[in-house]
Design a protein around this ligand. Structure first.
Ligand SMILES: NC(=O)c1ccc[n+]([C@@H]2O[C@H](COP(=O)([O-])OP(=O)(O)OC[C@H]3O[C@@H](n4cnc5c(N)ncnc54)[C@H](O)[C@@H]3O)[C@@H](O)[C@H]2O)c1
Length: 255
């Protein structure tokens, strides 16, 4: 029970990795404030957490809105008495080269993938200070640190999340707040499957092909990433701060 009675805020809690995080942290005793714009998915995630005896609440909303980001942290602190861990897991992947990327695609990527992370971290730090410390795990991407082709808005936003993480990692360490990020390669979630569907491909067949490109023999399952996030959030990672941890099955970025 690594997270017994700790208050954990999870964004993107209705998504592929998010649902897995909810189950993992529920099994390990966390109290959770779940966030997503998919209210039905949030309800399902919350009731699953309750099945494990977790004390859980949720607030549906759009991470593009600064007020919602701040409200989320305030509500978590009011509901559970504080905030110990923030998992900035939500993200979107607009696909396109610079000529294909509209203003809307660009601003949405920056708002959801980067600005929300900034607003949520900024709102959480005072609560963590009050508790004598805390942990933040952001989700960047190897496509942020080594940009892949044809995803200019996504790669730029995720690269900025990596830089933000390293900066906060240094600035927040004296407050005993550890800030780290995971940088996954491909994960078998709706994010990647919907991309294949949009291109008219069968997601199962496409993932079989993708598995062959990974030295460990398969792309990540959500559990592979959730376990890395939980490790970074836990006391087992007590001396790790300001790091961006690649979780790739040894697959390099190419193309
Ligand atoms: N799937 C991959 O291959 C992959 C690879 C590298 C990094 N990542 C990152 O991992 C994280 C989790 O991704 P996933 O694969 O579970 O994706 P997902 O699409 O399954 O889940 C993302 C969740 O974020 C929520 N969300 C999106 N925009 C929102 C908004 N404006 N307001 C509130 N909620 C919003 C969605 O409703 C969804 O439930 C993301 O940050 C993603 O960029 C994913």
């Amino acid at each position: 029970m690594r997270f017994e009675n700790q208050v954990v805020v999870i964004t993107g809690a209705a998504g592929g990795v998010g649902r897995t995080l909810v189950t993992l942290f529920a099994k390990e005793g966390a109290q959770m404030m779940l966030a997503d714009m998919n209210e039905a998915g949030l309800q399902e995630a919350a009731s699953e957490a309750q099945n494990y005896g977790s004390n859980v609440a949720y607030l549906a909303g759009n991470l593009r809105e600064k007020d919602y980001c701040e409200q989320l942290i305030t509500t978590a602190a009011e509901t559970f008495g504080g905030v110990d861990i923030l998992l900035n897991n939500a993200g979107i992947i607009p696909r396109g080269t610079i000529e294909e990327t509209t203003d809307e695609m660009w601003f949405t990527a920056m708002d959801v993938n980067l600005n929300a992370v900034f607003f949520l971290c900024r709102a959480s730090v005072p609560h963590m200070k009050r508790r004598g410390g805390g942990a933040i795990v952001n989700t960047s991407s190897v496509w942020g640190t080594y940009p892949g082709p044809g995803h200019v808005a996504y790669c730029t936003s995720k690269g900025a999340v990596a830089a933000l993480t390293k900066n906060l990692g240094r600035d927040c360490a004296p407050m005993q707040i550890r800030v780290n990020a995971v940088c996954p390669h491909e994960i078998n979630t709706p994010m990647i499957r919907s991309g294949f569907e949009r291109r008219g491909l069968d997601p199962d067949k496409a993932i079989d092909e993708l598995n062959k490109t990974v030295p460990l023999g398969r792309i990540a399952e959500p559990e592979d990433i959730a376990d890395a996030i939980a490790f970074l959030a836990s006391d087992e990672a007590r001396y790790i701060a300001g790091e961006t941890v690649e979780v790739t099955g040894a697959k390099p970025v190419s193309g």
